[in-house]
Structures are given as structure tokens and as C-alpha cells.
Design a protein. Structure first.
Length: 148
């Protein structure tokens, strides 16, 4: 994110702060110029053990004629993040009415959320912020967004 966005989150607007393991759904109970974010819901992804416990450490091999080649190893953690993004989006899609939505996530998760967002949620988005704020208290998230 570069520069100031003049981010305006309307009263009763929603904010989702998400990374690959945790998502916070917040609602602005204040004014667009004086945010008062309140926690609505918290999502935690299920445990995601190391790759060595989920599959083989060695990439599989394939024979192409007289040549052998390896196949890219499955990224189990990325697959878990994709499933988590879909779970978060499914929950967001149940918010009714959804006046406005601000999405705050690190770049990789932001891209994953964009990929799975239905049209109704896309239309509600007023801003996207590429930061990881999931470990911050709600008041600090509000300050980051007010300064955005």
C-alpha cells in the first residue's frame, strides 16, 4: 500500500482482517471519520501439520519415454490456505445486509480471497489493504485503517 487512501468505512460497514490461519470480522459502529470497530466473529484454521506429516518429502517422479522427471511437490499449506479463504468468504457472504467491506490481508492471502470472492462481495468492497494485522488488537487495527 502506498500513500493515503482516505479510507471511509461507513457506519455498520464490515472489515475482514485475514491471514492464512486466522480471520477477524469487524463492524464499524462509529462514524466513517471516527472508527469504532467491534469484533463480530473470529475464525481459526484447523491445525496444519508439517508437509512431512501430510505427504512424502520427495517429489514424485514420472517417466517420459527414456527420460525421468520430477513433479512439483504438493504444497499442503497453500491448499489449506485456499480452503480457509473459501471458508472465510462463505461466512462473509452470509452477512446481510453487507453495506461495505474492507479486506485487510497480506498480499498472498489477498490474492487468494480475490480468487474465491463471489460477485456480491466484490461489489461491496470499498478498499483492500495489503497488510497483516491479524495479531494486532482491534483498537490498533482501527488506528492502522484510520491512517490508511
Amino acid at each position: 500500500m502506498t500513500g493515503r487512501l482516505n479510507l471511509m468505512i461507513p457506519h455498520d460497514g464490515s472489515v475482514v482482517v485475514c491471514d492464512g490461519r486466522k480471520a477477524l470480522v469487524l463492524r464499524n459502529e462509529g462514524h466513517p471519520r471516527a472508527l469504532d470497530l467491534r469484533m463480530e466473529r473470529v475464525f481459526e484454521a484447523p491445525p496444519n501439520p508439517p508437509t512431512r506429516e501430510q505427504g512424502t518429502d520427495r517429489p514424485p517422479r514420472v517417466r517420459l519415454g527414456n527420460r525421468r522427471s520430477s513433479i512439483e511437490q504438493t504444497d499442503w499449506h497453500r491448499m489449506a490456505e485456499t480452503r480457509f479463504a473459501l471458508d472465510v468468504v462463505t461466512a462473509l457472504d452470509r452477512i446481510d445486509p453487507l453495506l461495505a467491506l474492507v479486506v485487510v490481508a497480506p498480499p498472498r492471502m489477498l490474492a487468494e480471497l480475490r480468487r474465491v470472492l463471489p460477485e456480491r462481495l466484490r461489489r461491496a468492497i470499498v478498499a483492500e489493504v495489503d497488510k497483516d494485522l491479524t495479531k494486532h488488537p482491534v483498537e490498533e487495527i482501527g488506528r492502522h485503517l484510520a491512517d490508511a
